[in-house]
Design a protein around this ligand. Structure first.
Ligand SMILES: Cc1cc2nc3c(=O)[nH]c(=O)nc-3n(C[C@H](O)[C@H](O)[C@H](O)COP(=O)(O)OP(=O)(O)OC[C@H]3O[C@@H](n4cnc5c(N)ncnc54)[C@H](O)[C@@H]3O)c2cc1C
Length: 294
């Protein structure tokens, strides 16, 4: 085997696991396609240890530097196929084959986004946000909109009422009477489905049928995500209805030798959760490998 462990994904989960495995004196490869969700974080303020916050890109750079200090090899590329190979695995990496005794899948997910001009800049300016648990605090007393199918969006809108009296639900479909009443009782404004959303310099504009427009400081889309678990599923790993991988208390999937960490596992999509998974997975991987005594 070329490596004791191949880590697919170089986001916070993969890089943290690489640091642990490097410090366990294991031969580690991290393959990263470069699309970490953390890159979109303008400044996280709930990650432990950074009282003044840190941008996602700076955090990734620090995590990569730390893993590199302990010998982890980090390459840019896309793992397109994962297969069993004896007791281990073989990976196809942009046309090359590699062998690894264990694999950690830390491939994350992709958010589904509204089709909206100016989206990328709006995310960078924190006018469009995906994770209320991460950053609702920073939306305190702002004009907040939550956009998506009613069934998924109502709970998020209620959550946002902890932070602001000015919360509006922009539904994808017209609301029934029960939903209208429940939202009114919670102090949440409700509109008809908007016909257009766009980023403006000072926030987000929603156009309603009939020509009215509304302005918001922050928009939270609730449109779901695509979990990048297909490589594991192709080996028979079990996953839930959303596509997240099922793991045991050591982060091992239902496939022997295949572990998973971070957003590809959890529905609590957090940097701290990714780091916690990574520590557990890396330690279990080390303990599952033949001893590497000096
Ligand atoms: C706008 C925004 C703000 C956020 N703010 C916060 C915050 O303030 N606090 C917080 O705790 N969390 C925040 N999050 C969530 C946080 O970014 C994620 O929970 C975290 O990045 C998950 O880490 P991960 O390593 O599991 O996945 P990711 O960071 O998404 O990394 C996965 C990596 O795997 C790579 N990959 C996937 N498939 C392959 C493959 N086949 N081959 C090679 N590489 C592959 C991807 O390209 C990617 O680089 C935010 C997310 C967003 C989008």
């Amino acid at each position: 085997m070329d490596f004791d462990c191949a880590i697919i994904g170089g986001g916070p989960a993969g890089l943290t696991a690489a640091t642990y495995l490097g410090r366990f004196r294991r031969r580690v490869l991290v393959v990263d396609a470069g699309d970490s969700r953390a890159k979109a974080i303008p400044r996280t303020r709930n990650y432990p240890g950074f009282a003044d916050g840190i941008s996602g890109r700076d955090l990734l750079a620090l995590l990569g530097e730390q893993a590199g200090q302990y010998g982890a090899e980090i390459v840019t590329g896309n793992v397109t196929d994962l297969a069993r190979d004896g007791g281990g695995f073989s990976l196809s990496l942009d046309g090359h084959q590699l062998g690894a005794a264990r694999v950690l899948l830390a491939s994350g997910l992709k958010d589904k986004s509204p089709d909206m001009p100016g989206l990328r800049d709006a995310v960078a300016q924190a006018a469009v946000r995906y994770c209320p648990i991460c950053d609702a605090y920073e939306a305190t007393d702002k004009r907040i909109a939550v956009y998506g199918p009613l069934a998924q969006t109502e709970g998020k809108a209620r959550f946002m009422r902890t932070y602001s009296r000015d919360v509006t639900l922009l539904p994808l479909e017209p609301a029934g009477e029960d939903a209208k009443q429940a939202l009114a009782q919670a102090g949440i404004a409700l509109t008809p489905p908007p016909v257009d959303l766009r980023a403006r310099e000072d926030g987000i504009e929603a156009a309603l049928p009939g020509g009215d427009t509304l302005r918001f400081d922050v928009l939270y889309p609730v449109l779901g995500c695509i979990v990048r678990s297909d490589l594991a599923a192709a080996l028979g790993a079990r996953r839930n209805a959303v596509g997240c991988l099922e793991v045991n208390d050591k982060q091992r999937t239902s496939v022997e030798g295949l572990y998973a960490a971070g957003d590809v596992v959890s529905d609590l999509h957090q940097l701290s959760v990714a780091a916690g998974h990574a520590g557990i997975a890396a330690t279990a991987i080390h303990n599952s490998l033949p001893a590497n005594f000096r």
